[in-house]
Write a protein that binds this ligand. Structure first.
Ligand SMILES: Nc1nc2c(c(=O)[nH]1)N(C=O)[C@@H](CNc1ccc(C(=O)N[C@@H](CCC(=O)O)C(=O)O)cc1)CN2
Ligand SMILES: Nc1ncnc2c1ncn2[C@@H]1O[C@H](COP(=O)(O)OP(=O)(O)OP(=O)(O)O)[C@@H](O)[C@H]1O
Length: 193
C-alpha cells in the first residue's frame, strides 16, 4: 500500500536524523570496513557513492579507504530522468542539483552511464533483509538500474543504511530493483540471486 510506504518513509527518515553525532561517526567507520569486505568488491574501475544528507549514513571514510585503482563517483541527475555518474575527489568543482544536492560539475562527455559502473552504493530510507529498498520516492535508482532485471552484475548494487532503518519486510513494487547486498554499521546482508 502507498500509505504504508509513505508512513515507513516518514518513520525511517526521522529515525536516521535522530541519531547522535558520536554514533554517526562510529557508524561511518564500521560501514566503510563492511563495504570493503564485500565478497564481490571490485579491484578496479568505477564505484559510486552519494553525497550524504538528511541523516543518511556517510560514505567519506569508505571513499578515503578505496584502493587507488578505483575511482569514486557521485550521481548526477540527467534530463532523461535516469542517473549519470561522474568521478569526484575532494576539491573538485560541485554544483547543486534541483534537490539542492551537490553533484560533480563536469562536461557532458565525462558523465558515465549506469552500466559503466562496477559497484554502486545506493542511499536508502528503509530496507529489509531480502534486499528490498525504499528510497526518497523519486524512483531514480530503480529507473537507472532497471536493466539489471535481465542482465547480470556488474554493476553490483549495495544499499547503505543505519541498522535502525531495517524494516520487517518491504513489499516490492513491480519496478523495484533488488539490491545485491545491504550494509549497515553492524550487519552485512548478502542477497542470493
Ligand atoms: N544523498 C542522496 N543523493 C541522491 C539521492 C538520495 O536519496 N540521497 N537520490 C535517490 O534517489 C537521488 C535524488 N533523489 C531525490 C528524490 C527525492 C527527493 C526529495 O523529495 N527531497 C525533498 C523535497 C525537496 C525538493 O523537492 O526540493 C524531501 O526531502 O522531501 C530528494 C532527492 C540522487 N542523489
Ligand atoms: N523502471 C521504471 N520505469 C518507469 N518508472 C519508474 C521505474 N522505476 C520507478 N519508476 C517510477 O518512480 C516512482 C517512485 O518509485 P519508488 O517510490 O520506488 O522510488 P524510490 O526507490 O523510493 O526512489 P529513489 O530511487 O529515487 O531513492 C514510481 O512511482 C514509478 O512511477
Amino acid at each position: 500500500m502507498n500509505d504504508d510506504r509513505a508512513a515507513l518513509r516518514r518513520t525511517m527518515r526521522e529515525r536516521r536524523r535522530a541519531l547522535p553525532a558520536a554514533q554517526r561517526i562510529a557508524s561511518a567507520e564500521a560501514l566503510a570496513a563492511r563495504l570493503l569486505a564485500l565478497p564481490f568488491f571490485p579491484r578496479s574501475g568505477h564505484v559510486a557513492g552519494y553525497w550524504a544528507l538528511d541523516g543518511e549514513i556517510a560514505l567519506h571514510v569508505w571513499q578515503m579507504r578505496l584502493p587507488r585503482e578505483l575511482s569514486y563517483c557521485l550521481p548526477v541527475l540527467h534530463g532523461d530522468d535516469t542517473l549519470r555518474f561522474a568521478a569526484w575527489r575532494p576539491g573538485a568543482p560541485l554544483a547543486n542539483n534541483r534537490y539542492g544536492i551537490p553533484e560533480p560539475d563536469v562536461p557532458e562527455d565525462q558523465l558515465l552511464r549506469p552500466d559503466q559502473l562496477d559497484l554502486v552504493v545506493a542511499p536508502l530510507v528503509a530496507f529489509d533483509a531480502r534486499g528490498h529498498r525504499l528510497g526518497m520516492g523519486g524512483g531514480w535508482y530503480d529507473r537507472s538500474f532497471a536493466f539489471r532485471v535481465d542482465s547480470p552484475a556488474p554493476p553490483r548494487l549495495v544499499g547503505a543504511a543505519f541498522a535502525v532503518q531495517q524494516a520487517e519486510a518491504i513489499a516490492p513494487e513491480p519496478w523495484d530493483i533488488p539490491l545485491d547486498a545491504v550494509c549497515t554499521e553492524s550487519d552485512t546482508f548478502l542477497v542470493s540471486p
